[in-house]
Design a protein around this ligand. Sequence first.
Ligand code: NI
Length: 169
Amino acid sequence: MAIRPILHYPDKRLRTPGEPVTDFGPELQELVEDMAETMYAAPGVGLAAPQIGVSKRIFIIDVATDDEEPSDLRVFINPEILEKRGECLFDEGCLSFPGAREEIERAEWVRVKAKDVDGSEFELEADGLLAIAIQHENDHLDGKLMIDRLGVLRRRLLHRAMSKRQPAA
Ligand code: NI
């Protein structure tokens, strides 16, 4: 297992849409383990493969509130949001936008279908933080970022703030 470097906005690789996963072998297992280690080390509640420069349709989420014991790891491979209901506003963060928090509108409930790391399909209904995280991470798989969901002014301010800290990356 290894911690992978997380790409920061405005890195162009974050804009590359993920390809569907077709091979559910040991390499996938290893990639998902690296993603989990990277997410917990950050720490964050979600991480999508494009954020570590891997253009595949994979994201992981752990919204367990107890920081001491991360224990609710969920893996979504080739996910598809089948249904959305309601609206909510939430202050979102993203490991690719270090330090930023932005209020973003999302559906408050989603039904999603995905594959597990062993290739078995599952369906899940989610609300609360899990529903928000699913929508946020799923955007990453299409090369879409939280900045795209902001109004013009906030988008410009966030772009400027992130571009300023670029030399560190
Ligand atoms: Ni993100």
